[in-house]
Design a binder for this molecule. Structure first.
Ligand code: NAD
Length: 295
């Protein structure tokens, strides 16, 4: 039976160390320094986004980050949203800016992400931060893949030379995940919707990170016995189908795969809490950098 990689537990540990890092930094920097601030820019009323934004705000509150939500109606113009990003870029009390995706299709999400000051880009989606990741330079990293790396590291999973398969190639998850694993010396294959013989790739993988956004895509017969299985997918289960695992499920058939994997992330309680924890880490990192006394 696989060992569960408990994202809730590890996220709580990160929160505890962030709480004390904030208190310590405030004490060292003096009374003129404000606590860290995170702004979430939300456009429209996507219900799942509402839940995520609330969870992020609650997590900020637990560690001592001041959060604010700038909520635009779905009818907001590109210019209006851009203006609020520009204001946040110039606001000293805002250290991190997150543009909550998805953005209504009437707007240009790419241009909005590009408008965020890279030093406040706590989602790690600005091209400058993605470029730094590509080059292996320090910078703000995408939260979900960074959360997966933290889970693997905490479980002591050796990545050196391991055969890893990432399913999904989005800018948000799959691509940065592949780069992070490669930088940890894994031998990485990134699969996507046009990959042929996906099952064969899966069966060879010693580490499987599934971020396809397809509920239950990976079943037991896709998984090599003893593999580490990380499920990034999140899907809301309609009430009549409940009884699987709470009201959420992932891209992996958890009950079928758990008996044969060596490690597995549950959904919920695996990658999701770690994504939020990494957002908090990035915000505190951005704050520490801009409030550090000059060398
Ligand atoms: P996306 O739709 O942008 O990308 C999905 C990727 O999967 C694409 O590259 C596509 O080519 C690939 N894909 C789709 N179907 C496939 C198939 N049958 N076989 C192989 N590849 C396939 O999605 P995303 O933003 O990367 O998110 C993926 C999933 O992760 C979603 O369920 C999303 O809700 C979830 N997610 C979870 C967290 C978290 O914190 N746990 C964070 C972000 C996204």
């Amino acid at each position: 039976m696989a060992k569960r990689l408990d994202g809730r537990l590890l996220a709580a540990r990160h929160e505890a160390s962030l709480r004390s890092a904030i208190a310590q930094h405030l004490a060292t920097a003096g009374c003129t320094t404000c606590p860290p601030g995170l702004a979430v820019v939300r456009v429209g009323d996507d219900p799942a986004s509402g839940v995520y934004v609330r969870k992020k705000a609650q997590a900020c509150g637990r560690v001592g980050i001041e959060s604010r939500i700038i909520h635009h109606p779905a009818t907001a113009s590109q210019q209006q949203v851009l203006e609020s990003i520009h204001q946040l870029n110039g606001s000293p009390s805002c250290n991190g800016i997150l543009v909550q995706l998805p953005i209504p299709s009437t707007l240009n999400a790419r241009q909005l992400l590009l408008a965020v000051d890279p030093a406040k880009d706590v989602d790690g989606l600005h091209p400058l931060n993605l470029g730094r990741l590509m080059r292996g330079e320090p910078g703000l990293r995408s939260c979900t893949p960074a959360g997966v790396m933290a889970l693997l590291d905490h479980a002591g999973i050796a990545l050196d030379g391991i055969r890893a398969l990432v399913i999904g190639r989005s800018i948000l998850v799959g691509r940065p995940m592949g780069i992070m694993l490669q930088q940890a010396n894994a031998t990485v294959t990134v699969a996507h919707s046009r990959t042929r013989d996906l099952v064969d790739h899966c069966r060879q993988a010693e580490l499987l990170v599934v971020a396809a956004g397809k509920p239950g895509l990976v079943g037991a017969d896709w998984v090599r016995p003893g593999a580490v299985v990380v499920d990034v997918g999140i899907h809301r289960v309609p009430p009549q189908q409940q009884g699987t695992q709470g009201t959420l499920r992932g891209d992996v058939c958890f009950a079928a795969v758990e008996p044969l994997a060596s490690h597995i992330t549950p959904v919920p309680g695996g990658v999701g809490p770690m994504t939020v924890a990494m957002l908090l880490c990035n915000t505190v990192q951005a704050w520490q950098r801009c409030t550090a006394p000059p060398a």
